[in-house]
Design a protein around this ligand. Structure first.
Ligand code: APR
Length: 247
């Protein structure tokens, strides 16, 4: 019933918007942050993912983030990512706003991806602003810790992700809220909706009149106000919706 209702709402969407979180990449092997087995159940985010922690000791940051980055760089899109790309290609979504930094929406073929927490695929030198692929920096961590800038030799190489305590990317956030205000349907996938301002995006969409669909493995704070709530795996539910729409 609810999957059918979700398909009905999306099939007539003209300015549908998706907001995704770590849950959509869980089936690609990237652990989530909260919920069962989440990263923050093991580590204190302020200790390992804040700008102060990075600036205090880039080596410690690179050491603690190395394995997660290796997993994210090796990960491939799953059926959930591909279903969202299909919904966009069929005109049911105008964009995917994501809190994820793994680049898997783009790999799955989604054309308009708005990364409100930045991208983990690039690294920026805070001294000379040179940028290089994270994969290149990862490859030299055995011989260089902390890794050095290939241009100026500096040791403050930071992935272009938004760390706790850092400013949000204004253009991406501005686009996300503008699309939320214009959305007729908001599809929320794989997020605990615990982190702001991203968690405000669906609230603004709903307040602006959008119908709302939540696909998440566990309950979220917005479940009581959503039109459709599906507690399930994104990689199962989203392809089913696409099939029902006839995508
Ligand atoms: N399909 C659907 N939902 C899933 C799946 C799945 N296969 N696996 C897990 N989930 C759900 C979990 O139940 C959880 O509610 O995805 C949600 C993921 O929530 P979080 O781990 O809190 O991730 P997210 O909402 O993206 O976190 C927001 O917090 O730590 C920061 O910057 C980080 O972008 C991140 C932000």
């Amino acid at each position: 019933m609810t999957v059918k209702r979700a398909a009905e709402l999306l099939s007539t969407a003209g300015s549908g918007l998706a907001l995704t979180g770590a849950g959509v990449s869980a089936e690609s092997g990237i652990p989530t942050f909260r919920g069962e087995g989440g990263l923050w159940t093991k580590y204190d985010p302020v200790k390992v993912a804040s700008i102060d922690y990075f600036m205090a000791d880039p080596s410690a940051y690179w050491t603690s983030s190395r394995e997660r980055a290796r997993v994210a760089l090796a990960a491939r899109p799953n059926p959930g990512h591909r279903a969202l790309a299909a919904l966009e290609a069929a005109g049911h979504l105008v964009a995917v706003v994501t809190q994820n930094t793994d680049g898997l929406h783009q790999d799955a073929g989604t054309r308009r991806v708005i990364e409100v927490h930045g991208s983990g695929r690039t690294v920026q030198c805070l001294d000379c602003d040179n940028r290089e692929p994270r994969s290149a920096v990862q490859a030299r961590l055995d011989s260089e810790m902390p890794p050095r800038c290939a241009v100026c030799g500096g040791t403050f190489l930071k992935p272009t992700v938004v760390l706790f305590g850092e400013a949000m990317p204004q253009a991406a956030v501005g686009d996300a809220f503008a699309l939320a205000r214009a959305a007729d349907v908001i599809l929320i996938v794989g997020s605990s909706l615990a982190v702001y301002p991203a968690a405000d995006i669906p609230v603004v969409a709903i307040r602006s009149g959008a119908r709302s669909i939540i696909v998440n493995a566990e309950p979220t704070p917005l479940d009581p106000v959503a039109d459709v709530v599906i507690h399930g795996r994104a990689g199962d539910v989203l392809p089913e919706i696409v099939e029902l729409i006839g995508g």
